[in-house]
Design a protein around this ligand. Sequence first.
Ligand code: GLC
Length: 573
Amino acid sequence: MRKQIMLQMLILPAAFAVLITCSFAQPTPNQSQDNDWWKHAVFYELYPRSFADSNKDGFGDLRGITSKMDYLKQLGVDAIWLTPCYPSPQIDFGYDISDYENIDPKYGTLQDFDSMEKEGQKRGIRIIMDFVLNHTSDQHPWFISSRSSRTSPFRDWYIWRDGKGPHQPPNNWNSLFGGPAWQWDAKTGQYYYHFFYPQQPDLNWRNPAVEKAMFDVTRWWYKRGVAGFRLDAVDTLFEDPQLHDNPVLPGKNQFGDPNEKNEYDQKLPQVHEVLRALRKVADENHAVLIGETYTDNLQQLKQYYGNNEELQMPMDMMLGLVNKISAPAFRHQIALAEASGGWPVYVMNNHDIERSYDRYGDGKHNDAIAKLMAGLYLTLRGTPILYYGEEIGMQNNDPKRKEDVKDPIGKLGWPVNKGRDGERTPMQWSDGVNAGFTTGTPWLPVPPTYKTHNVATESKAPNSILEFYRHLLALRHTNQAFVEGKYVPLDESDPNVLCYLRQSEDQTVVVVLNMSSAPQRLRLDLTRTELPRKDRSGKTATTLLTTMQQAPQQVTLDHMQLDPFAVYIGSVR
Ligand code: GLC
């Protein structure tokens, strides 16, 4: 390994020299003036519970995050999206909020939050909060009052209905997390609605008081300095007021419930009215709204941009969930995002899905494939959202026994659905005890690969996944073609190699990704493309970054040899 590293350094001295100086030279954005800062930013989803533990209780916390700001800066992160760290009974690990304007003592205090934000600001790193607006915790004072009596002033803040008859819920809607979406409340003799766990009652967004209270929450955090929100589960804000049954589909889901088409409980048109109104508040505060938007097609994705009146950043999960290494499939998804008319937002990983290291890894070339995936979504036009640990090649670590499962859906769905613990394990900082995450007992076990895949070890290995991410993100921040260039697909019928240009006014960069386990030969002929004449003459590229072991400083475009799963990025001349 060490030998290979030396070779690459020798062959690419110029490229590495440029990258190394760049990685610490990111401009610190002017936080108030640049409204489009998010277009050129790299976002990092951080799961506070699992990032860094400062007080030895086995759970990550805000002080832990603050202590890692330099790491994030050096990686090339511009904004952190914190998954919920508000007070919560933690049934859904924070996605069940009992107070929207505070910090859960498990994670620290508001003062810790302010210091974290200040340290971020010093380094040009903004904070994005997770905003769970579809539901609260059943321990939120609003719900406690709502369920106390039918005449509570908060009764109509949630969705209460009579059953169809004795022991019969109002309709056939299922909870995403298993079982009926209706919970019987004996005290007041009605059912309440919960799209997720019964401990997460849905708010009634048709009640203007709910809208006002929730919008005020965003204002409160904007005043505290947050740069925006990631809007949780936006698809589910509204339900059909007539409560029509959802159409039933053949078969059963992983919880044994009948499959159904979510016609009446998801993606109702009223969602867009709320998004437009929330966007106005965001604009007044120069903030950005990211949406948890699982879409099936281009039309749905377009709707979330809403002619630039809704979300600036609806997440495009379609690229990240292709789930097979396929040049044509990725090409197709990129074309869709490009056609959306909005600024693409790419995501490969999050706290709800199996890590991409496992989803795309073939068991033999996993590290090379991890770099290939980075080479793909970090070089596209658009904004990427990384997930903590992805940059070191963290693997899923699913529970081996039902009794070890923490995530309730894993308990209910075992063994078909083992829950989401596997993708939420502690960040791997070193090869020391508990991967350097805590000196206490970590709330979830670290995967065995922490011995090789950790920040300390990878920082010392120039060919590591981490170093590749650092160089790539530095390039993204400093090369104009990546900052603002258009995406120009090349060789669109190649079944194995995904290849495109990023082209700005005066720079053209070629990105070549070998999506196969076999070496490939590439003959790129820009004269045969539909590029403007002046751009068609490039015949060679100067290497900027590559995973190839023998890449010269200059390559001839019509005669390229690619290693299996290679990434090649070069500046076209
Ligand atoms: C979102 C979150 C997920 C959570 C759910 C309910 O999908 O990403 O983790 O369980 O909303 O809030």
